[in-house]
Design a protein around this ligand. Sequence first.
Ligand SMILES: [Zn+2]
Length: 98
Amino acid sequence: MSKNEPQAMTPEQFHEKFPTVMEINKGCVKNYACPHCGSRGPFSIKVVAFVELADDVGFSLPYQLEETDAPALCLDCDSEDPCLIIDGLDEFLAKLAK
Ligand SMILES: [Zn+2]
């Protein structure tokens, strides 16, 4: 396993390590979690953006973002390890919350 390849974690292991984290994600970071601090986001991700470059105004805001498989990084801690995608994490936490 390479240094940048995150360790897999089950929902049970995540809950054991971060028992107070009960935040449930339902959108585009569903099942994402930081393996170091337990953050459920937001995360930062490196993307490639296309912008318009014009003579009179310079760069415009991005008009197109390219799909990326870059890792999501935690904004809450200084970890450089990518956040994990833990299959079933949000379903698991939702059951605990009932
Ligand atoms: Zn973190």
